[in-house]
Design a protein around this ligand. Structure first.
Ligand SMILES: O=C(O)C(=O)C[C@]1(C(=O)O)C=C[C@@H](O)C=C1
Length: 414
């Protein structure tokens, strides 16, 4: 994996001037929830007529899955493996003919082995960089100074994917990224669970009694809170943008009274010493990252999939939530997440039918749900069409393969 200095929003502005396709960039740039003139197809309306459209979209997706499965079955009959080698082998004498597009060309499924450009928030040595490497092992990792910049990097075609933390086993949800998922139009195309193994880093020669403060990403500070206190380090804690950025800051400013919470790789990269290893309060400290792309992937049924949605309803009360949950419960679909986010003061555009047009609606709360089923499954499609009936706003954030890596306590190598 390669690493570079972080991208900022300024870099992205200058890059847009170089783009060969400015119209496309402008379209990709459009923000969802604030832009009253730009309807979004990803927002699903409540009206029954639109429900029909959504069901047809599901049917198209499902039929693509079936044809893809049939292709796989055909090739399986020949050699026992799904084959992508249906293109005739080029002979030396024959002219180079254009290669027919395959389903892989149309789907932004992970292209392991190629130089995929993956945006992450932070500087080299950040856990997000490690997550990018786990998701796409040979990728070119592109550091960005903010989460928002990572979203924009993909929207502006500077990067192919973004990898962003959404949840930690100790600290809970990373709300900023849920809010950004709604505001941008990217699709979740995968997830990775990364065991997070924190170290206390300082300049060589610095001892514990010299320390006056500990700096790190707020999530990392909270994940090590008790251990630091147990170590007698009751000094000031200060939040910075990312863990590796904290290490870089100490090195760049030769700070002998400050320690950083970051990875062992950050210590190596910035010439710091590991004062304490494995200082997370829980050895099973895991952060879940999602991979984002401009296009959704085609959901499949041949491996476990997860689907993430967000919905809202104008009338508050328990009954809507109860009905939504029952749509999943009656179909035996397990939920792995349910999260409510206050959403006052920021209207969401609801795309109506030809008569009603688009309207901006205010919702007090948004609900995020992850469930264990693929959008290619009839039970998931039926559950969602029911959810759509009960709610005023529904958007599918993505249907993607689950990270099935068996859990293991975090170790220094992670
Ligand atoms: O600061 C980093 O290194 C990050 O990648 C960010 C982040 C986060 O946002 O939660 C990622 C994983 C850890 O949980 C701590 C920090």
């Amino acid at each position: 994996m390669q690493s570079f200095a972080p991208f900022s929003s300024l870099d992205l502005k200058s890059l847009t001037r170089l783009t060969p396709n400015p119209t496309r960039l402008l379209l990709q740039c459009a923000s969802v929830s604030h832009d009253a003139s730009n309807p979004t197809a990803a927002q699903l309306p409540a009206q029954a007529s639109r429900r029909y459209e959504w069901q047809s979209a599901c049917a198209i997706l499902a039929s693509k899955v079936v044809s893809q499965q049939q292709d796989t079955e055909k090739s399986d009959a020949v050699n026992g493996h799904p084959s992508l080698d249906l293109v005739p082998v080029k002979s030396n004498s024959a002219p180079a003919l254009p290669k027919p597009l395959t389903i892989a060309d149309l789907s932004p499924a992970p292209m392991h082995g190629s130089q995929l450009r993956v945006a992450y928030q932070g500087v080299p040595g950040a856990y997000s960089e490690a997550a990018a490497g786990k998701a796409y092992p040979k990728c070119e990792a592109i550091p960005c100074d903010q989460f928002e910049v990572a979203f924009q990097a993909v929207e502006l075609w500077v990067a192919d994917r973004a990898v962003l933390p959404v949840e930690n086993s100790l600290g809970g949800s990373i709300h900023r990224n849920y809010d950004l998922l709604l505001r941008h139009r990217l699709h979740i195309v995968g997830e990775v669970q990364l065991p997070v193994h924190h170290c206390l880093l300082a300049l060589p020669g610095v001892r514990r009694e010299h320390l006056r403060r500990v700096i790190s990403h707020p999530q990392a500070l909270s994940q090590c809170e008790h251990t630091l206190t147990q170590m007698g380090l009751t000094v000031a804690r200060e939040a910075v943008d990312d863990t590796a950025g904290a290490a870089e800051y100490i090195a760049a400013n030769a700070l002998r009274d400050t320690a950083a919470i970051a990875s062992a790789r950050a210590a190596e990269l910035y010439g710091l010493k590991v004062m304490a290893d494995g200082i997370q309060d829980d050895s099973s400290n895991v952060t879940r990252f999602v991979m984002l792309a401009r296009e959704p992937i085609i959901p499949r049924t041949d491996r476990p999939f997860k689907t993430s949605i967000v919905f809202a309803h104008e009338k508050q009360g328990t009954s809507v939530l109860f009905k939504v949950l029952s749509a999943f419960a009656f179909r035996d679909i397990s939920l792995t997440k349910i999260e409510s986010r206050p959403h006052r003061g920021c209207p969401i555009r609801i795309v109506g039918d030809a008569d009603t047009g688009a309207t901006a609606k205010h919702f007090e709360y948004l609900y995020y749900i992850d469930f264990e089923a693929s959008m290619a499954e009839a039970r998931a499609q039926n559950a969602l069409s029911e959810v759509q009936e009960f709610t005023s706003f529904l958007r599918v954030l993505g249907s993607y393969p689950m990270d099935m890596t068996p859990w293991a306590p975090s170790s220094p190598q992670d």
